[in-house]
Design a protein around this ligand. Structure first.
Ligand code: T3D
Length: 267
């Protein structure tokens, strides 16, 4: 990660924080940002760092170069000391997906190019996705004789429905960005040259919101995937109790009465 310095191997994850927004960039463009062990460790460390940083209110996840992420580095899998796949998932991939979904700050995926295999899973684990026109999504796992992982079997049917999820997972066809927008896999598609500015504008809007309300909203949306109506209604009531006691709620009402923009502090 940026800032480790010394004789360490080159950073494969860049982390930059400005104006309440952390930008995490997958940075192995020569291999289409395919994920190696050190890269997965750096990505998890970056997510932990943004969780701890109280100045960060929203996160952008993007890739350097022409790809978002080509999934697991397949060359690394050929190394004699490569961990068994189940172990690699439990120790390295699954903690990343949990960290993304449990991060109490919204993540905008700025999908700049192809997102394949676990790279697609990373994109699906973001809260919102903006894709460049030239981006595409491919589960790709089947092409190398594997099963979709890193949360893809969980997130994909919830994002696009079971019929389309089966199509994407079993046929392994690439879904171009415009189709991804049509089926609800991404929120917006923009010209590639505008992608990062559009992602920053979305993240800035998120960062200007009330942080506690935003965190609780993400938590309630996560929970709603596995709850029935009664449980969802009760959970909303619980979340609203918490939000209703915040200084930001009082500030929101005061700002409305005074006809001014609210200044949320996260308290
Ligand atoms: O631990 C575990 O293994 C369990 C977890 C598994 C999770 C997974 O992600 S499994 C799925 C792994 N990913 C893939 O199968 C995708 C493999 N890549 C591709 O199919 C294609 O590269 C793309 C469709 C993504 C892009 O195609 P294209 O034609 O635009 O680019 P390219 O020429 O194939 O790739 C450019 C370079 O990136 C090339 O390197 P070179 O030959 O110029 O030195 C290529 O080898 C490298 N690259 C692309 N993907 C990977 C990769 N190198 C290592 N691993 C990759 N996944």
């Amino acid at each position: 990660m940026t800032g480790t310095g010394g004789d360490a191997a080159p950073a494969t994850i860049q982390l930059a924080v400005a104006d309440g927004v952390a930008t995490i960039t997958l940075d192995r463009p020569e291999a289409l940002n395919a994920l190696t062990v050190p890269m997965k460790q750096e990505l998890l460390a970056a997510l932990r760092r943004v969780e701890r940083d109280a100045t960060v209110r929203a996160v952008i996840l993007t890739g350097a170069g022409r790809a978002f992420c080509a999934g697991q580095d397949l060359r690394e899998r050929l190394e004699p000391d490569a961990a068994p796949l189940g172990e690699e998932l439990r120790q390295r991939y699954n903690p990343i997906i949990r960290a993304m979904r449990n991060l109490p700050k919204p993540i905008v995926g700025a999908i700049n190019g192809v997102a394949a295999g676990a790279g697609a899973s990373l994109a699906f684990a973001c809260d919102l996705r903006i894709a460049a026109e030239e981006a595409s999504f491919a589960l790709a796992f089947g092409r190398v004789g594997l099963v979709p992982d890193s949360g893809a079997t969980y997130s994909l049917p919830r994002l696009v429905g079971t019929a389309r999820a089966a199509q994407i997972a079993l046929l392994n066809d690439a879904i171009p960005a415009p189709e991804a927008e049509r089926i609800g896999l991404v929120n917006r598609v923009v010209p590639g040259a505008m992608l990062i500015d559009e992602a920053r504008a979305m993240a800035a809007k998120l960062a200007a919101g009330a942080p506690l309300a935003s965190a609780l909203t993400k938590r309630a949306l996560n929970a709603a995937w596995d709850r029935d109506l009664d449980a969802a209604l009760e959970y909303e009531a619980h979340m609203q109790d918490l939000a209703g006691r915040s200084a930001d709620h009082a500030e929101g009402i005061a700002a409305f009465m005074e006809k001014r923009a609210p200044r949320f502090t996260g308290e």
